[in-house]
Design a protein around this ligand. Sequence first.
Ligand code: HEC
Length: 117
Amino acid sequence: MKIKMMKNNTVIWGIMFLCLCLISCEYNVEEDDFTGTSCDPNLSFSDVIRPIIDDNCIQCHNGTIHPYDFRIFSIVQENAETIKQLTQARIMPKEGSLTSQEIDQIACWVENGAQNN
Ligand code: HEC
């Protein structure tokens, strides 16, 4: 009888632990997701986005062997939606990575209309 109760307790603690794990995982995902609330409507291309692209993209996207010359603003602008999607999916930068903050900043700039600001 006593042993059985102990087993039940173990199961209950196990379930509670699992729930805690699930809650904390979900919380982390939400933290990383771009919610739009932190998107600065004046986020500047030249101050914020240009340096991210220069550091992470133009070693490939510079008009030589890879598609698109991202040194040219209009080409970045034309592909803004794709850039947002591929960075959020972490498909680009190929062979590299961006921080969640950088990914959010790109998404924010695109949602603001991909302006040359
Ligand atoms: C190591 C080289 C490399 C780096 C760095 C890189 N890319 Fe790419 N990118 C490629 C190649 C190669 C392709 C062609 C598609 C493929 O092979 O996956 C491509 C394709 C693309 C495309 C076009 C996809 C399509 O379907 O038309 C976009 C947009 C893009 N990259 C954005 C970026 C952005 C934004 C960055 C920086 C955050 C970046 N890339 C960094 C190599 C790179």
